[in-house]
Structures are given as C-alpha cells and as structure tokens.
Design a protein around this ligand. Structure first.
Ligand code: GDP
Ligand code: IMO
Ligand code: MG
Length: 427
C-alpha cells in the first residue's frame, strides 16, 4: 500500500487534523506538502486537545515520521515554538524531517501580507496575515529564501538584499512604511539555523526510498479544494495547491505512487475570510451551526461563516482531486434539525446549473437550489457502525454520497479519535 493523500474538499477546516491523526497509527510518514501556518488542525486525543499549524498531525503518533515537504512555507519562529510547545506536553518531536528546499516566511513577508490587506480595504481577501501569499510570490519571482540558505551566510545575505531591494521601495514609497534592514533580517534568520539543523534533510529522497520499501506515506493537505490557487474561488483563495496534484509537486513524489485520495467533507459548509459562498446562512440556523459546531478559526480566532451542505462543491472536489473516498465529518452537529436543506444545484440568472461554473461572475450570482432531507433527534455521538445511526441520518449520508460522486468511507460523530464510524478501511 503506497501513498495516500488526505485533503480538504471544501473551504478548509473540514476536520483534516482529526482524520490524519486517526490514520497516524497505521502509517509510517505523514507529510505536509503545501501551505504554512495559515493552517490550524485540531486533534483531540482523550482529554488532550492540540492545535497544529505547521507540523503534520502525524507528529502525535509515536511510530510515525512527520515531514515538512518542499512545497510548504515555513515561519521558523512558529515552527520552533510549536515544537517546544509539544515537547512541554511530552510529545517526542525528534523524528521531524524538514525539507531544505522549503521556502522561509521572512519577517518582511508577514509585513507585506498585512500592509497589502490593509490597502485592499473592502476588496481584501481576509488572509490569515501569516505572510503566506507574499512568500509564495517571492518563490515564484525567484527571490525567495529557502531553509538551506540559512547554512550559507553569504548567499543568505545576497538573497535578502535582492528581495529587499524592491520591497523596501514599495514599503516606503507606496505604503508609507519604514524600510527593513538587510542585516537585521539576516541576523534573525541565522539565529534559527542551529536550532533547525537537526531536522533539515533531503525529504524527496527519504520519501521515495520509503515508498520503494513499501512504507505507507500519508500526505496531509492544508486549507481545501475551493481555496486552491488554480481550482478555488480565485482571487479569494490561498496561494498554494491544496488539491491532490499539490502533493506530487510539494513533496517530490510521482502521481503513479498515489493510490488513494481521501476528501475530508464537513456535513455542512464553512468558510473563513472573504469570497463567494452560495449556501451561506445569515439566520438563526447559521448561528446554530456555528455554536453547535464550535466554528471558530483555530489560527485567527475569527468566527467561521456557516451554511448548508453544497453537493455542487463536493462533486467538483471529487473531479479535480480524483477522489477515491470521502471522510464525512461533524454529522453529529446536524442532530436536532427537523429537516436539513442540501444544495443540489445552483440557479444562475434563471437557469439551473449542476456543476460549478468556471466563471467568477456566474459563481458570485449562484443561488442554491435546495432539497429537504428529513432530520433526526437521537444522539449519534456513540454510534460505532453505520447501522447504529438513526434511519434518517443513514439516509442523509447515503444521499450525500450519491450526490458527491465518491464513497463515504468514514463518518465523524464527534471530535475525538474514537468518535468515528469506519465503513471501508483506508489502509
Ligand atoms: P482542519 O483544519 O481541517 O484540521 O479542521 P479544524 O481543526 O480547523 O476544524 C475542525 C473542528 O471540528 C475541530 O474543532 C475538530 O476537533 C472538530 N471535529 C472534527 N471532526 C469532528 C466530528 O466528526 N464531530 C465534531 N463534533 N467535531 C469534529
Ligand atoms: P486549514 O488547514 C480555512 C483562508 C483565509 C483566507 C484565504 C487566504 O485549517 O483548513 P492566506 O493566509 O492563506 O493567504 O489566506 O485562505 N485560509 C483558510 N481557511 N482553513 C484554513 O486552513 C485556511 N488557511 C487559509 O481565511 O480567506
Ligand atoms: Mg483548520
């Protein structure tokens, strides 16, 4: 059994952390392949709750080697404080592998993220302010700083100079900010070099050798399909590829190695930040989903926008990721509604549309077409098998499966590791 990808099928926060942790005990490596500390993945083990931002959720499974791949953008101060936070709680982090090719989020990238958002005003994206977009921009512009640059002071200095040459002009002349000193940045970055050194390695080689030895590798996506820079609701997206193909480029593993792509799908929909969201609710149902589902951002503490399940989006996620399975999460949150609306199609300018429109204008005008499914009132948090679920909950899952285009192989009925109904085994 070679490589599996586990990714968000909606706009992030689907429960990827919980799903990854659940599989952590049966896999040898868990790899983050894109994004950075914009992610916030929650794992609940017994009475302990962990919020992971940069580290793969597999770090909590003792037999598993956690890997930060080349496609990730790394804020060294966040990484080091996340590691020490886990160490203080007794988690062994010594096996972590960090790609020398991963790009570094520098202090000026964080500044540019915040300043750009402020200047966009009401057109802002609502980023997490962690410097993600500007760091990927530097990577594509070929003025990025990589982890390996921390080990050559001369190269590091030249690269920081090159990056700041232009940025300082923009910061001072356009945004009215103070210039950032090259020496200060270089000194700060060099300060991380020794602390990160034990983890830095050629992760592409390690992962490919592991696959040759039939080890099981799990790729854990950050964000979600609709936040993908190519396939999401551009420009209201993140600056990387959370979709399945991103696992190949972000870890240096060929697509022929990937046998399973699992989409994590919330039983309703949420979104943080700006951008279109056809099934968004502005009434007491939306408020109830937020309250019962605890829908508050793990990274920024912002309230998440909430709405009903959108099957058009789920079908789209199946297609662009080649999903083989879904892991449906948070079904328990829907307990208590007499009827549950599910969006089966959109109405755009008076026409019924079954698939996600590629045009931004159309998507902004999309109105959900709802089908009402009967709800249930029984507590489902103790359900262990599909048969333990009330008939209407079973019918809800089956209806979603039919509309979404891939089998639902697991169902989350609570945040804990064991609060899961496993239908088809993933490994
Ligand atoms: P991620 O970013 O995809 O890892 O998701 P987040 O951690 O940001 O948000 C998911 C939230 O839902 C977390 O608080 C999880 O503990 C919680 N969660 C995950 N699965 C379930 C589930 O099946 N039921 C309930 N009630 N909560 C869940
Ligand atoms: P996890 O991995 C939900 C959103 C931000 C913003 C947009 C761009 O926990 O699912 P960025 O800082 O990435 O440039 O912001 O993307 N966003 C997320 N939304 N969950 C996430 O991560 C997110 N990471 C970024 O809110 O709208
Ligand atoms: Mg999250």
């Amino acid at each position: 059994m070679p490589a599996l990808v586990l990714l968000g099928a909606q706009w992030g926060d689907e429960g990827k952390g919980k799903a990854t942790d659940l599989l952590g005990g049966s896999v040898d490596y868990v790899v983050r392949y894109q994004g950075g500390n914009n992610a916030g993945h929650t794992v609940v083990v017994g009475d302990q709750k962990y919020a992971l931002h940069l580290l793969p959720s597999g770090i909590l499974s003792p037999g598993c080697t956690p890997v930060i791949g080349n496609g990730v953008v790394v804020d060294p101060s966040v990484l080091l404080s996340e590691l020490s936070g886990l160490n203080e709680r007794g988690v062994d982090t010594s096996k972590l592998l960090l790609s020398g090719n991963a790009h570094i989020i520098t202090p000026y990238n964080v500044t540019v993220d915040k300043v750009t958002e402020r200047f966009l005003g009401k057109r802002k994206i609502g980023t997490t302010g962690r410097g993600i977009g500007p760091t990927y921009a530097d990577k594509i512009n070929r003025v990025g700083i990589r982890v390996q640059d921390l080990y050559d002071e001369s190269i590091l200095t030249q690269k920081v100079e090159a990056a700041l040459d232009v940025k300082n002009q923009v910061l001072t002349k356009l945004y009215n900010r103070r210039a950032i000193a090259v020496e200060q940045v270089v000194e700060e970055l060099l300060g991380y070099a020794d602390k990160l050194a034990p983890y830095v390695s050629d992760t592409v080689l390690v992962l490919n050798q592991a696959l040759e030895e039939d080890k099981v590798v799990l790729f854990e996506g950050g964000q979600g399909t609709l936040l993908d820079i190519d396939h999401g609701t551009y420009p209201f997206v993140t600056s990387s590829n959370p979709t399945a193909g991103g696992a190949c480029t972000g870890a240096g593993v060929g697509p022929t190695k990937i046998s399973r792509v699992i989409g994590i799908l919330k039983a309703y929909t949420t979104r943080v930040g700006a951008g279109p969201f056809p099934t968004e609710l502005f009434d007491e149902d939306g408020e109830a989903l937020r309250r019962i589902g605890g829908e508050r951002g793990v990274t920024t503490g912002r309230d998440r926008r909430c709405g009903w399940f959108d099957a058009v989006i789920a079908r789209y996620a199946t297609r662009v990721n080649g999903l083989t399975d879904f892991f449906l999460t948070k079904l328990d949150v829907l307990t208590g509604w007499e009827q549950i609306p599910v969006c089966v199609a959109y109405e755009i300018d008076g026409k019924r549309v079954e698939e996600l429109p590629y045009s931004q204008t159309d998507f902004h005008h999309a109105k959900p077409v709802y089908e009402m499914l009967p709800g249930w009132t029984e507590d489902i948090s103790k359900a262990k098998t599909f048969g333990d679920l009330p008939k209407n909950a079973q019918a809800y899952v089956k209806a979603l499966e039919e509309m979404s285009g891939a089998p639902i192989s697991a169902i989350g009925v609570g945040p804990g590791r064991n609060e899961t109904i496993e239908i088809n085994s993933f490994i």
